[in-house]
Write a protein that binds this ligand. Structure first.
Ligand code: TXA
Ligand code: MG
Length: 338
């Protein structure tokens, strides 16, 4: 198919909505990463999304709404704690999982009886949902397994010719996917860290369990609370090694071990002090800037055709936990502690 390239101006927002109303699929900007959207209430549209991404059908999609009134029809009930989170953090990078209602097509949930819902902060995303008149199912708009896209160019590199349209809304402001929390069990459980940090969740909930898969590799054969956590993710072609230690230790490790074609994945302030090609992911003590740049940096690593990538270890504080979570997956949990 031929992909139509659209801007985020009003007339193009209407064109994107028309494509979606005609059962097409379109990549749209959100504040986290670009999403690959289709009508969430039609199984046939949802199927097209899985096909375009090459996504395993047991990995469920997030449903995006533009107004709080669209939430209740999608779920069995909205508990008080979920409503309190919505009031505080929606629109924003927070996805909540609850038992699903019957209008959710089975294709969305990958065999689960729950559904993930989020209201994006991006005005373009909400304008498109509004113009459609129905909620949009949207996973990240990358080829399955690749780093998530934070620009329309990233989406084009993966999905040109596989989607009906790509709406260019510029660079995503958060740069890392939403926080995913399940409120379907007895205790709220964080499944994927993101822009809404554990501290921010606890301000409303008092207590949140953090799923083991946030920090650690899933054991062979274990059932993932969030199916997305079990797949190889965010990974460049190169071998990525995370080096945990001081900058001096990192530099020394590279001096001893780096060879031709290897790359340092480091912070902006460090470029001039290292003896090899450097790709940066944000500033050293600034997790927000690290979140914004990590996926673009992982894509650059591929462009360089790097063999081995030596990555700096991010601080796990605040949104840094999300950066850490994505980077350890890109590295296949390969961390060297100095
Ligand atoms: O920021 C975001 O969340 C972006 C933008 C486009 O909104 N979307 C996104 O979607 O990251 P995706 O499909 O790449 O990631 C959704 C994650 C996956 O790990 C999936 O397994 C999990 O959410 N998920 C979705 N529905 C679920 C459910 N019912 N139960 C458990 N996990 C679920
Ligand atoms: Mg994804």
């Amino acid at each position: 198919m031929k992909t139509l390239y659209l801007s985020d101006r009003q007339e193009d927002i209407l064109k994107a909505a028309e494509i979606l109303q005609n059962d097409g699929i379109a990549a749209i900007p959100t504040e986290t990463v670009y999403g690959l959207a289709g009508n969430a209430l039609k199984g046939s549209c949802v199927k097209k999304i899985f096909e375009a991404k090459g996504r395993p059908s047991d990995n469920p999609l997030i449903v995006h709404i533009s107004d709080i009134s669209q939430w209740a029809p999608l779920v069995k009930a909205i508990p008080e704690n979920a409503m309190a989170l919505a009031e505080k953090y929606w629109p924003g990078p927070l996805t909540m999982i609850l038992p699903k209602s019957d209008i959710i097509p089975d294709e969305i949930c990958g065999g689960l009886d729950t559904v993930a819902v989020r209201m994006p902060r991006s005005e373009t995303a909400r304008a498109i949902i509004n113009a459609c008149g129905f909620p949009l199912a949207a996973p990240s708009a990358n080829t399955s397994g690749k780093p998530s896209p934070t620009t329309a160019q990233h989406v084009k590199a993966d999905l040109d010719g596989r989607v009906n349209a790509i709406v260019d809304g510029g660079e995503c402001s958060v740069g890392i996917e939403s926080t995913v929390i399940s409120l379907a069990g007895d205790v709220p459980r964080l499944l994927r860290p993101g822009g809404i940090t554990p501290q921010m969740l606890n301000e409303v909930l008092g207590e949140t369990e953090i799923d083991d898969a946030v920090y650690n590799k899933l054991a062979d054969g274990a059932v993932a609370a969030s199916p997305g956590m079990k797949y190889k993710h965010y990974s460049p072609e190169a071998k990525v090694i995370i080096i945990k230690g001081s900058f001096e230790g990192y530099k020394g490790y590279i001096e001893q071990n780096a060879g031709q074609g290897d790359v340092a994945l480091c912070f902006e302030e460090e470029v001039n002090a290292l003896p090899l090609k450097c790709i940066t992911y944000g500033r050293r003590d600034d997790p927000s800037s690290q979140a914004k740049h990590i996926f673009d940096a992982l894509r650059q690593v591929d462009k360089e055709k790097a063999k081995t990538v030596f990555a700096r270890f991010p601080e796990k504080e605040g949104i840094g936990l999300a950066v850490f979570n994505r980077l350890v997956r890109a590295a296949g949990f390969n961390i060297i502690e100095l």
